[in-house]
Design a protein around this ligand. Structure first.
Ligand code: HEM
Length: 163
């Protein structure tokens, strides 16, 4: 099997799988665990944060590695495609904003304490931005699939003017 194809499939599995675990886990925190933890001991809340932190840090590393791999791979196919570059650039910037909030929510430094003090609000912000990121990624994918369909149904040889 073509090695390039294997790497592309692997990196897609890693990227989408990691996004599912992180966004799913964050939704669980916001809508299930958060409300149940209200008024529980700070030690319990901290123990949960410490465990979730490993997923957040590992997940961010995997998303960045697989994301840049996807990005480098897809660049030659999108030369001069302004909409693609605008959307993917905005998506990557938003992803780094999400990484900052997600890290602050599981962090320990005094500078980011205000995010943990208001964790319900900032977890909602993470979910909202993540939904936007997923929506943008979906648009890019569907748009590429549509372009590929058009290219197959009207190859350059057919559409070129006849001499
Ligand atoms: C919160 C973080 C992120 C989430 C939730 C996320 C989610 C996704 C999803 C769901 C897809 C697949 C779309 C599909 O195939 O239907 C995707 C594709 C992609 N992602 Fe991410 N991603 C994140 C961060 C990043 C980062 C940091 C980068 C780059 C450094 C990146 C680069 C890409 C690229 C290049 C694609 C392929 C887009 C295309 O179809 O051309 N992503 N992402």
């Amino acid at each position: 099997m073509d090695m390039d194809l294997v790497l592309a499939v692997l990196s897609r599995w890693i990227h989408v799988g990691t996004a599912i675990v992180l966004v799913g886990g964050t939704s669980f925190m916001k809508f299930v665990l958060g409300p149940v933890l209200q008024g529980q001991s700070p030690e319990l809340v901290q123990a949960i944060r410490n465990r979730w932190k490993k997923f957040v840090h590992g997940g961010i590393a995997l998303l960045i590695l697989s994301g840049f791999f996807n990005y480098i791979r897809s660049m030659p196919m999108h030369k001069g495609d302004g909409l693609y570059h605008g959307l993917i650039g905005t998506k990557i910037i938003l992803a780094f904003v999400v990484f900052f909030f997600a890290s602050a929510l599981v962090g320990r430094s005094a500078g980011t304490q205000k995010f943990r003090d208001n964790s319900g609000k900032w977890t909602a912000v993470v979910l909202l931005l993540s939904s936007l990121i997923i929506a943008m990624s979906g648009v890019l994918k569907v748009r590429d699939n549509e372009k590929a369909k058009v290219a197959v149904s009207s190859p350059a040889s057919e559409s070129a003017p006849k001499e």
